[in-house]
Design a binder for this molecule. Structure first.
Ligand code: CO8
Length: 265
């Protein structure tokens, strides 16, 4: 393990930056591009629960290990054989344990997008309060190209952040966008060189340190109340239903076989 980093579970590293009072959390499953499996979700959720009421911690920065990926999505290999019920349960429990926890966290959560942020990876960034990207980052919600839809809040949160028109295009085409484009459309607040990404986040954390923690908690709650997710349950139900389709089997097989899917043959 790297110096000063603590470990939780198999793939979560974290450390406390005493100057900014931020905790930096790193998802460390680099060979699978930091894809989110159940274990990562549980371990990350556990770290967040443990720090939420710690007064010495004022903000959280989440990033991915390595220079290639923030998080390349939910772990496709884990759900490749799922049917409707298992898929619905996975989506619901992920939201309860992690994604909604981040959205409603008492302290600001900053996503430091250091590479690919795809599917559930971008959805995690969309759940956080602030997003920054490195110049090499690529973002997208490719679920429709796998025969499913975003199932961790993406259909709700993307439109809130960039507007329905652009969210429709990103979700319906599944195309990735560059960090410059993400900045232009308001998906990320800043784009910086990869080597400056964490420092830029720590700079924001230092400004956050000078505010009242109770004010931040109330501000996050109030801003979220302005955009209640009325479609959250619907997204989970629709997500689950798609696992019964032939196109889901085709989409996921194509990814695993590293080929283009052939939908609606
Ligand atoms: N899940 C599992 N494994 C993955 C994932 C993933 N999402 N992404 C990458 N990997 C693995 C690859 O399979 C490969 O493993 P192996 O070496 O064993 O073959 C390894 O990571 C390296 O990936 P590549 O060889 O593909 O690397 P490339 O540089 O060629 O390509 C890409 C990089 C473009 C990022 C490519 O890996 C890719 O397209 N990944 C998948 C992106 C994607 O479709 N993400 C969305 C997944 S679905 C999702 O997130 C649903 C969210 C809602 C879920 C709700 C409940 C489950």
């Amino acid at each position: 393990m790297k110096k000063n980093w603590l470990k939780n579970g198999k793939s979560i590293l974290y450390r406390h930056d005493t100057e900014s009072l931020a905790v930096i959390i790193k998802i460390s499953r680099e060979e699978q591009l930091n894809a989110l499996n159940k274990e990562v979700i549980l371990s990350l959720s556990e770290v967040l629960t443990n720090i939420e009421d710690d007064k010495k911690i004022r903000s959280v920065i989440i990033t991915g290990e390595g220079s290639k990926a923030f998080i390349a999505g939910a772990d496709i290999k884990e759900f490749q054989n799922f049917k409707e019920k298992e898929a619905t349960d996975l989506s619901r429990s992920g939201k309860n344990r992690l994604f909604n926890k981040i959205s409603n966290f008492k302290k600001p959560v900053i996503s430091a997008i250091n590479g690919y942020a795809l599917g559930g990876g971008l959805e995690l960034a969309l759940s956080s309060q602030i997003r920054l990207a490195s110049t090499n980052a690529k973002m997208g919600l490719p679920e429709c190209t796998l025969g499913i839809i975003p199932g961790y809040g993406g259909t709700q949160n993307l439109a809130k952040i960039i507007g329905t028109g652009r969210a429709m295009e990103m979700i319906l085409t599944g195309k990735m966008i560059s960090s410059e484009e993400a900045h232009r459309i308001g998906l990320v607040n800043y784009v910086v060189e990869p080597e400056n990404l964490i420092d830029k986040c720590l700079g924001l954390a230092k400004s956050i340190k000078n505010t009242s923690p109770e004010s931040l908690e109330s501000a996050i709650k109030s801003i979220n109340a302005c955009f209640m997710n009325t479609g959250d349950n619907l997204e989970t139900t629709e997500f689950g239903k798609l696992f019964e389709t032939e196109n889901f089997t085709e989409g996921v097989s194509a990814f695993l076989e590293k080929r283009r899917p052939n939908f609606n043959k």
